[in-house]
Design a protein around this ligand. Structure first.
Ligand SMILES: [Ca+2]
Length: 346
């Protein structure tokens, strides 16, 4: 009965697929279920479009959180990404609007005031769903089988921390929790040691890191650097591939401008796409190890830094995975595949 309802929902939501009762229908019904938590700025938008175009997964819904922009704007940006992705349309709920303790500081210089490069992007047709996203997440997990639903978090961890505090048993039912967060094994991007998503709500990151939930996989900022950055040729290939590719590159306009100063050319460090690729196409992970990690919430220059105990100084059991490097060829193949980009011969 339930599967019948689910199949109908897929049919309703995915007008591009026709269900005729064959193997493809079963593949759709058996798709791994996801909840994506996002502070949707421009790299989230690209990551969301990729995930919506991976036929192996079914996104149940999105939850927004304040980070790059306020949670309301993040929800609207998620709707825009869903419309451009052109597949099915999961509900988008607003989660928490403020970090647990820290004052909210936006990333306007990185993603634009609207989070999407300030080029007039807005949802044209679909609207934010009613209900609080944290409650929806807990409801879905309570109703799920153990490990049935994976969570991908692309923003600060406020929603996840609150969910852990509200109903730990429900959160224990989640499968993998994959987070774009930490500087990995490298340097920070908002301070010498801190990466934005952790720094925006380090107290929340501390709760998640120390939660004991298994497995938690942090995809560090370093995973999307060096050969894994999109280079000028790849950016043009994606931009010229069609409406979705053009959207994915154009909304990253502010980041591209910043990177001209930072990296000396047209390069894009696509942090959230790296996390989505690591989560949905694990074959692209090059380096992912479990360490004991501790989030610095002290009131000082290292706030939001994550101490990764690579050499076991603490003597404590490893608690989270850190993915610090991707196989750039496989990662980019996944980007091209999900965004529908053909590789040009060169
Ligand atoms: Ca993000």
């Amino acid at each position: 009965m339930w599967k019948g309802v689910f199949s109908f929902m897929i049919y309703e939501r995915n007008s591009k697929k026709e269900l005729v009762g064959g193997k493809e229908d079963m593949d759709l019904i058996n798709r791994k279920k996801l909840i994506i938590d996002t502070d949707c700025g421009s790299d989230d938008a690209m990551a969301i479009a990729m995930a919506l175009n991976d036929p192996a997964y079914e996104i149940l819904f999105f939850v927004s959180v304040s980070g790059n922009v306020e949670a309301e704007q993040a929800a609207r940006n998620t709707l825009t990404a869903i419309e451009y992705a052109g597949t099915y349309e999961p509900p988008v709920y607003i989660g928490t609007r403020r970090p647990l303790l820290k004052e909210l500081v936006f990333a306007h210089e990185t993603h634009g005031t609207d989070g999407m490069g300030d080029i007039g992007l807005a949802p044209r047709r679909i609207n934010v769903a009613d209900g609080n996203g944290v409650m929806k997440m807990l409801d879905a997990l309570r109703d799920s089988e153990d490990g049935e639903i994976d969570i991908i978090a692309l923003g600060p961890l406020t929603n996840l921390a609150i969910a852990i505090r509200l109903d730990y048993e429900a959160m224990k039912k989640a499968g993998r929790i994959v987070v774009m967060g930490t500087a990995g094994l490298g340097a920070g991007n908002v301070s010498p040691v801190a990466e934005f998503n952790i720094w925006q709500d380090a107290e929340a990151a501390k709760i998640v890191t120390e939660s004991g939930l298994e497995p938690i996989i942090y995809v560090g900022w370093d995973a999307c650097l060096e050969e894994s950055m999109l280079n000028p040729q790849e950016i043009e290939e994606i931009r010229n591939s069609g409406e979705l590719g053009k959207f994915s590159m154009d909304c990253n306009r502010c980041l591209m401008e910043m990177n001209r100063e930072r990296f000396g050319g047209n390069y894009l460090d696509m942090a959230d796409p790296a996390a989505v690729a690591a989560a949905l196409y694990p074959e692209c992970m090059e380096t992912c190890h479990k360490y004991y990690c501790e989030v610095d919430v002290s009131d000082g220059p290292s706030y939001g830094g994550v101490l990764v105990d690579r050499y076991g100084f603490s003597g404590k059991e490893p608690n989270v995975y850190i993915c610090s490097k991707l196989k750039s060829d496989k990662y980019k193949e996944y980007i091209y595949r999900t965004l529908g980009v053909k590789k040009e011969n060169n």
